[in-house]
Write a protein that binds this ligand. Structure first.
Ligand SMILES: NC(=O)c1ccc[n+]([C@@H]2O[C@H](COP(=O)([O-])OP(=O)(O)OC[C@H]3O[C@@H](n4cnc5c(N)ncnc54)[C@H](O)[C@@H]3O)[C@@H](O)[C@H]2O)c1
Length: 251
């Protein structure tokens, strides 16, 4: 049986959107398991404080993830990485008829194109080394659709199909690719999304799950840590809900 300490220790990882919320929990979890983590986030100050707190050689790449050239340059500088976690994402609540072309471009840029940027930049070194773990953070919206979140759902649905395709093309190099789909997780993003709706909206989100509660960033980080680990090596192309049973809550 694999030693627990050997699951992740000594590996290197990059985590996008790692300064806050779910990303920060992933950074802490990986660092605690002995991974050298690079936090890719535009919020340099918070990311730096987190890196110092984590220790274990954690570093920061202060980039806008939609800037292809900047992302490539930072990956060349701080890589190669054994693990890439594409976590950064932005939600928006608006019915489709009120959605503008600018909204479409902005949401796709961070939720989907940034993943393209990172994945293209990290894969060659993973292929060369014969090992890699790609873990993408989707959303139940990407499986179920989202009333008032069509563009976000489109991007996250695209992410799931993209991840499966990457898994298919890279299995022969020892690289796995999986998507973790959170349900309502208590983070700054969720708090921004329910602004205005208050307690009622929070309650509705809790009721949309089987477990009748919000999830925590640490619960998502635990799933990511498994998929990113050496012992997760026989799991690929999967979509794992960490959503309190949201997908079957209405059944
Ligand atoms: N919170 C939830 O309930 C929930 C539910 C389903 C899916 N998700 C997904 O989980 C992921 C993390 O969400 P969260 O709630 O932790 O979000 P958050 O808003 O709390 O944190 C997002 C982080 O990404 C960074 N970021 C955003 N755009 C960036 C850019 N262009 N360049 C660099 N950094 C950028 C932000 O600075 C921030 O640190 C997202 O992909 C989100 O879609 C969250």
């Amino acid at each position: 049986m694999m030693e627990l300490a050997a699951r992740l220790s000594g590996l290197s990882a990059m985590v996008t959107g790692g300064a806050k919320g779910i990303g920060a929990a992933i950074v802490r979890r990986l660092a605690a398991e002995g991974v050298r983590v690079a936090i890719f986030d535009r919020n340099a100050e918070i990311a730096q404080a987190l890196a110092e707190d984590c220790g274990n050689g954690a570093s920061v790449a202060a980039v806008d993830l939609t800037d292809f050239a900047a992302v490539r340059a930072q990956i060349a500088l701080q890589g190669p990485f054994d693990i890439a976690v594409n976590n950064a994402g932005v939600d928006q609540h608006a019915f489709f008829t009120r959605t503008t072309e600018e909204d479409w471009r902005r949401l796709l840029a961070i939720n989907l194109e940034a993943v393209f940027n990172v994945t293209q930049a990290v894969l060659p070194a993973m292929q060369e080394r014969g090992f890699g773990r790609i873990v993408n953070i989707g959303s139940e919206a990407g499986r179920m659709g989202s009333r008032g979140g069509s563009v976000y759902a489109a991007a996250k649905g695209g992410l799931i199909a993209f991840t499966k395709s990457i898994a298919m093309e890279n299995a022969r190099y020892g690289i796995t690719a999986n998507t973790v789909v959170p349900g309502p997780i208590d983070t700054p993003l969720l708090r921004r999304a329910v602004e205005g709706g208050g307690e009622k909206l929070l309650q509705a989100m809790e009721n949309a799950t089987l477990l009748r509660r919000l999830g925590t960033p640490d619960e998502v980080a635990a799933a990511v840590a498994f998929l990113a680990s050496r012992e997760g090596g026989y799991v690929t192309g999967e979509t794992l809900g960490v959503s309190g049973g949201m997908g079957i809550a209405q059944a």
